[in-house]
Design a binder for this molecule. Structure first.
Ligand code: CNA
Length: 348
């Protein structure tokens, strides 16, 4: 006769199906989501850190002090050109929400989204239908723009025109020559004031979903640890990040975000609804882009690598000019010095 099974007090590990079942039976009703650049890569926006395809590797031809410099406020204040060179390639008005954005909108529609912290600046969450009052753009977004010096507002239509041309827009206020900056939070700038207020919502949640982020940028990287004890966390990402997966209740879906949300939606019985919502929001965005005059053949803007190469050539040329200038000045001075030493009167 075999021994009876030993009773165990260990809690069974979560799976995506067990989490989905708890949502379906209203045991989970308040979901906090943290998103990053990985939910927008399938919209054609590169993330920062993925090797080769990420922006940081692709910026190498610019020979910047560090790839982050292009988004650092002190670098931008004297050299805004590289930022606008890449902005020309991927302006958010021409981009469409992904299946992952639609999944967030579906959570909101079902009254399950407690709050969304997004590190993205593309605004695609709202385009997909997530209500603005449920979102904190922790790193700002492209909705508005102001002078980086005097903080004066700058008109939308002029900003769009400058971006399309790859030009740096400058302040219109008299005697101010500040470069205009979209209201995105650059490295070296403070996060929006609401951040401290909104993080207080995190302990109220009964599920956290982290999607498409390397969790390498503070303070958002700390959000994953602000949950109440025993609250499950779901990671949907290409790679493990932070300490996601280290707690008992954690579930990791490693791979593409859009595939991960599809798997989650199937487990919830929402597969068809998610697809239908996504198709709808993409169609709405396409129609809007046409009305705004952004839906033409060149709707995605010029190629990013081509914009970077063009900027690199301009920077090399400028460096060449300044090197040439320095050389000319040095030879002029040494000539002058030699003539002075020889007791002759310099010509100039
Ligand atoms: P990151 O450090 O580049 O990390 C992105 C993460 O997403 C990595 O872990 C990737 O493995 C993962 N990833 C990439 N593509 C996919 C995919 N298709 N499916 C699943 N996972 C994927 O970017 P973070 O967001 O973590 O860093 C925060 C920065 C990035 C913020 O300051 C943002 O403003 C900034 N950013 C935003 C955008 C945007 O708005 N779309 C684009 C690029 C960078």
């Amino acid at each position: 006769m075999s021994n009876p099974p030993i009773p165990t007090t260990a809690k069974p590990k979560n799976t995506i199906q067990s989490i989905a079942d708890r949502i379906k039976t209203n045991q989970i009703t308040r979901i906090i989501v943290l998103t990053g650049a990985g939910i927008s890569t399938s919209a054609g926006i590169p993330d920062f850190r993925t090797p080769k395809t990420g922006l940081y590797d692709r910026l190498a031809p610019l020979k910047l002090p560090s790839p982050e410099s292009i988004f650092h406020i002190s670098y931008f204040s004297h050299s805004p050109e590289p930022f606008y060179a890449i902005a020309q390639a991927r302006h958010p008005t021409t981009l469409k929400p992904t299946l992952s954005h639609a999944f967030l909108a579906l959570l909101a529609k079902k009254n399950l989204l407690h709050f969304l912290f997004t590190q993205n600046i593309d605004g695609l969450e709202e385009d997909a239908g997530v209500p603005a009052e449920k979102i904190l753009w922790t790193h700002g977004n492209w909705k508005d723009q102001h002078c980086s010096k005097c903080k004066s507002a700058y008109p939308d239509n002029m900003m769009r025109k400058a971006i399309r041309a790859g030009d740096v827009p400058y302040c219109l206020a008299p005697k101010c020559d500040g470069a205009i900056k979209p209201d995105v939070v650059f490295f070296g700038e403070s996060l929006p004031e609401e951040f401290d207020e909104k993080v207080k919502l995190i302990p109220e949640a009964d599920l956290m979903i982290v999607m498409g982020t390397s969790l390498r940028v503070a303070p958002c990287s700390g959000i994953q640890r602000m949950m109440g004890p025993g609250v499950p966390r779901v990671l949907i990402n290409m790679e493990r990040c932070g300490d996601m997966g280290s707690q008992d209740g954690d579930v990791c879906i490693l791979g593409d975000c859009d595939e991960g949300v599809s798997e989650f939606a199937e487990a919830l019985g929402w597969g068809d609804e998610l697809k239908a919502l996504w198709e709808e929001v993409v169609a709405v965005k396409e129609a809007k882009a046409k009305i705004d005059g952004n839906g033409g053949e060149d709707e995605d803007g010029p190629d990013l690598d081509a914009c970077i190469a063009k900027m690199a050539a301009q920077m090399d040329e400028r460096l060449g000019i300044s090197k040439g200038h320095k050389k000319m000045l040095e030879s002029h001075l040494s000539d002058k010095f030699a003539r002075m030493m020889a007791g002759s009167r310099p010509a100039s």
